[in-house]
Design a binder for this molecule. Structure first.
Ligand SMILES: Cc1ncc(COP(=O)(O)O)c(C=O)c1O
Length: 451
C-alpha cells in the first residue's frame, strides 16, 4: 500500500464519490478507512470506531465473517467466473437458487433472478412486472406507482419510482408513467396527521384515488420498501403494507417489495414483508445477501407468477434482460455461505433486541436535546433521528451543525451516517449490547458539542 501521506494528498482528487458534491469531497476529504474487524472500522490514522452504518446497510454479519471470506477465496480458485446467459450455468448458482427458494417460501416466493446489486434488482423487478402483464395480454399495464420518500436505487427506472427530489431533479426527464403517493411519514405529511394508523388509512386512500385516476388497467406495479430506509427510516403503521397488498390484489396490480435493505433480518424478521405479514409478488434483494463482500443481488418471484412465464408458448416470456454478472459463481458462493451463517446466528433476534435498545436510547437523547425533532425506529436495527433547528416550525438543521455532530461522534467512537437532516443508524446485526451503548454515548457527545 502507498504511504499515508500519498493517500491523504490524493484523497478524492481523481475520483468522484457517489452521493457527494465533488467540490465538497475536495474541501472535506472523506475518512480513509483501511481496515475493519468485528463491527469496528479503523481509519488511516489508526482511529477505531463502531460502524453504526453497517458498511451501507449491508455488512449485517460484521467485517470478520470468515465463512463468507473462505467461500469467496475457494470459489475464486475453482471457477472465478462463468456466465448464466442462455446455454450455461454454474454449480453455485443452482444451489443458491434452491436455498433461496427455501428461505423465501414463507413469503410465497419460489424463483430467483440474479443481479449485481440493489439498483439492478429494482430494475429487474420493474421489467418483469411489465412483462408479466404483456404475456397475459394486458399490454396496457405499464405504469408504476410508488411512495414519496421511497428509495429504489439510481438506475433510470429506479430513479423514476424514487420519491426523493435529490436523486431525480438533475437526471430528468425520467421514465414517463410513474406516479407517487404520500408516504406514511407521521412527522411531515400533506394531511397534517400525526396518528400513524389514521395516516396509513389516508395514504391508502390516496393510493386508491391515484389508481382510479390513472385507470387500474394501466398500472403494472406498486413498489415500496416495507420500512422506508434511505428516505429517513420511516416505519409505516402495521396496517399499511397489508392495506397496500389488498388494494393491489383487488386491482390486478403487482406488489414489488424493495427489500434491498430489509431482507435477511434487519427489521427483526427474516424479511420486511414477513414483518408485516404480507406476501409480495416480486421482491428485490441485494446487499446483505453476501454480507456486502461481493456485489450481488436476487429478485425473488412469487409462485403464482411462475406459470405465466414457464407455460408461455407465445415466446413473450423470453427474458430479454440480464447482466454479465447475473449468477456470478463467486457471488453465489458468497451468498450460500452468508445465508447459512445468517441462519446459524439467527440474526433477527439480535437485530430486534439491539434495535429496541438503540431506539430507547435515542428517545432518551430526544428528551435531552431540542435539536432532535423526531426519532424513528423500533423495528430491528434501523433507526433515524431527524434534526431541526426549531421544534415548533420543524425547520431543518443547518449542514454545518450536523456535520460537526457527526465528526464529534466519530471521534467519540461511532461512525454514523448523515443524510440530509437525518442521522441514520443501520449497524451490523451482530452488534453487542456494549457496542450499541458506544453508539449512543458517541451520539450524546456529538449532540453536547453542538447544543
Ligand atoms: C431500498 C433500496 N433499494 C435499492 C437500493 C440500491 O441498491 P444499490 O446501491 O446496491 O444499487 C438501495 C440502496 O441503498 C436501497 O436502500
Amino acid at each position: 500500500m502507498k504511504d499515508s501521506n500519498f493517500l491523504k494528498e490524493h484523497n478524492a482528487k481523481s475520483l468522484w464519490h457517489p452521493m457527494a458534491h465533488p467540490a465538497d469531497s475536495l474541501a472535506n476529504p472523506p475518512a480513509i478507512i483501511t481496515s475493519a474487524q468485528g463491527v469496528k472500522i479503523t481509519d488511516i490514522d489508526g482511529h477505531e470506531a463502531v460502524d453504526a452504518v453497517g458498511g451501507l446497510w449491508n455488512v449485517n454479519l460484521g467485517f470478520s465473517c470468515q465463512p463468507v471470506k473462505d467461500a469467496i477465496a475457494a470459489q475464486l480458485d475453482v471457477l472465478p467466473y462463468y456466465s448464466t446467459f442462455r446455454g450455461t450455468t454454474n454449480d453455485q448458482v443452482i444451489q443458491l437458487a434452491e436455498e433461496l427458494r427455501k428461505f423465501f417460501a414463507p413469503d410465497g416466493l419460489t424463483r430467483a433472478f440474479f443481479t449485481s446489486g440493489g439498483s439492478d434488482s429494482v430494475e429487474t423487478a420493474l421489467r418483469l412486472a411489465r412483462q408479466y402483464h404483456k404475456i397475459r395480454g394486458e399490454e396496457g399495464r405499464t405504469k408504476l406507482l410508488s411512495l414519496k420518500k421511497g428509495y429504489h436505487g439510481t438506475h433510470m427506472g429506479g430513479a423514476s419510482v424514487n420519491g426523493n427530489a435529490n436523486f431525480r431533479t438533475q437526471y430528468e426527464p425520467l421514465l414517463p408513467g410513474c406516479f407517487h403517493i404520500p408516504a406514511p411519514y407521521t412527522y411531515r405529511n400533506p394531511f397534517n396527521e400525526s396518528d400513524p394508523e389514521r395516516l396509513a388509512q389516508l395514504c391508502l386512500q390516496a393510493l386508491e384515488d391515484e389508481i382510479a385516476f390513472q385507470g387500474a388497467a394501466t398500472v403494472a406495479a406498486f413498489i415500496m420498501e416495507p420500512i422506508l430506509g434511505a428516505g429517513g427510516v420511516i416505519p409505516p403503521h402495521p396496517s399499511f403494507m397489508p392495506g397496500v397488498r389488498e388494494i393491489c390484489s383487488r386491482h390486478g396490480i403487482l406488489l414489488i417489495a424493495d427489500e434491498v435493505i430489509t431482507a435477511f433480518g434487519r427489521t427483526g424478521s427474516w424479511s420486511g414483508s414477513r414483518h408485516w405479514g404480507v406476501q409480495p409478488d416480486l421482491m428485490a434483494t441485494a446487499k446483505a445477501i453476501t454480507n456486502g463482500y461481493f456485489p450481488f443481488g436476487a429478485v425473488m418471484i412469487a409462485d403464482h407468477m411462475t406459470e405465466t412465464f414457464e407455460k408461455d408458448t407465445t415466446g413473450k416470456a423470453a427474458i430479454g434482460h440480464g447482466y454479465t454478472y447475473s449468477g456470478h459463481p463467486v457471488g453465489a458462493a458468497a451468498a450460500l455461505a452468508c445465508l447459512a451463517e445468517t441462519r446459524r446466528l439467527n440474526v433477527p433476534e439480535n437485530a430486534s433486541a439491539r434495535g429496541t435498545q438503540i431506539h430507547q436510547g435515542l428517545l432518551a437523547l430526544q428528551q435531552k436535546y431540542d435539536l432532535i425533532g423526531d426519532v424513528r425506529g423500533g423495528h430491528g436495527l434501523m433507526c433515524a433521528l431527524e434534526l431541526v433547528s426549531d421544534r415548533t416550525t420543524k425547520a431543518a438543521v443547518d449542514k454545518k451543525t450536523i456535520g460537526k455532530l457527526q465528526e464529534v461522534a466519530y471521534e467519540a467512537g461511532a461512525m454514523v451516517r448523515v443524510s440530509g437532516p437525518n442521522i441514520i443508524l443501520s449497524p451490523p446485526l451482530v452488534l453487542s449490547e456494549a457496542e450499541a451503548e458506544t453508539i449512543l454515548s458517541a451520539l450524546d457527545k456529538g449532540f453536547a458539542a453542538v447544543s
